[in-house]
Design a protein around this ligand. Sequence first.
Ligand code: FES
Length: 106
Amino acid sequence: PTVTFLGPSGAARAVEARAGDSLMAVAVRNGVPGIIGECGGNASCATCHVYVDDAFLARVGPPNELEEDLLDLGVSDRRESSRLACQIAVSEELDGLVVHTPDEQR
Ligand code: FES
């Protein structure tokens, strides 16, 4: 599946992902700016905060309990579409997924 990361300035970065990868791992592996993944995907750092594009919100689904707590701590505004990229598993159903990266991570 292909995933596109859109930066705050509108710069798009489309990358090829493997199904089952976390979106954070995909971003870090490809050097996508704005996603740090400090805790290695344990839902404990919030530096993988992304905004899921409206068109994919329903398919990606709501944050889990771990994310709920952390998203409130992130440096960037929390929005309806806020998710932690490490808690999103890439799948064929999410092919074409678009997420927006925040201005900065904590
Ligand atoms: Fe730390 Fe996602 S990588 S919360």
